[in-house]
Design a protein around this ligand. Structure first.
Ligand code: SF4
Length: 253
């Protein structure tokens, strides 16, 4: 396993995310806002989508980032300096990913919230047996990603994610603004219509931090046990859970 230490991790205080607040808007109100936002914003520039979300939801809006790159965090920080950026620290990330998180925390005007699962990897091994990701990846993803995200989002009405329609067939219908009925919250996808070329152009223009693994043959980056390099011509997400009929961790279903 890769060494999971980083030199800058002291910059990112782990947050024990707990429900701190009740939504001020009801789920029905949020659902209506999402529908209206989606109607208004299809075809709008990403910055305008981010601005709409920041103005509509204020401090009850955050960004989630896998730290594959810092494009979304950077983009939203331009319209909402200080915005919370939620990172799910599964305990099974590549050191290169933790490095991006630490650079984002140190250099962008954002507040990184590094959210950990309730169980350490060792505790999970003790309760569920070792290498749960090899036997039941959905269960592992639930314990290490889905439940922590639900906990992390407790204080927000809306969050931004970096999903793009061209990433895979499962993401082809990603809305600009959607309503997640399970969470009762609004999900905003400012770069849903971007291509990889758009992402690359943004990174070059703004000198945005990018995960070093992209230079080493990876095209989509998650936890190290469930991510492999891809070959030329493969779907960019083909390297995720390659040994299973699984293409999504459950965060975006
Ligand atoms: Fe577990 Fe793999 Fe999901 Fe990470 S991506 S939480 S290691 S199953």
């Amino acid at each position: 396993a890769p060494e999971l230490s980083t030199t800058m991790s002291a910059l990112v205080a782990p947050v024990a995310a707990e429900a701190v607040d009740e939504p001020r808007r009801t789920p029905d109100e949020l659902k209506a806002i999402a529908a209206e936002g989606n109607r208004l914003l299809e075809g709008a520039p990403a910055e305008e989508i981010a601005r709409w979300a920041a103005e509509t939801f204020g401090d009850r809006f955050c960004v989630t980032s896998s730290m594959a790159d810092a494009v979304l965090a950077h983009l939203v920080s331009r319209v909402k300096p200080g915005v919370d950026v939620v990172f799910l620290d599964t305990g099974l990330h590549f050191p290169e990913t933790l490095k991006v998180r630490d650079i984002v925390a140190a250099t962008l005007p954002v507040t990184v919230r590094s959210i950990r699962p309730r169980l350490t990897v060792g505790q999970q091994d003790g309760e569920y047996g070792p290498r749960l990701f090899n036997r039941a990846p959905d269960e592992c993803c639930f314990l290490r990603k889905v439940e922590p995200l639900n906990r992390a989002l407790a204080g927000y009405d809306a969050w931004a994610a970096g999903l793009r329609r061209d990433e895979s067939p499962t993401r082809a219908n990603t809305p600009i603004v959607g309503f997640d009925p399970k969470k009762g919250k609004v999900k905003v996808n400012p770069i849903a219509t971007w291509t990889q070329a758009d992402v690359d152009a943004y990174i070059a223009r703004w000198n945005v931090p990018v995960n070093e693994l992209f230079r080493k043959g990876y095209t989509s980056i998650g936890c190290w046990p469930c991510t492999r390099r891809t070959k030329a011509g493969e779907d960019p997400r083909a390297g995720r859970w390659a040994m299973f009929e699984k293409t999504e961790c459950g965060l975006h279903l």
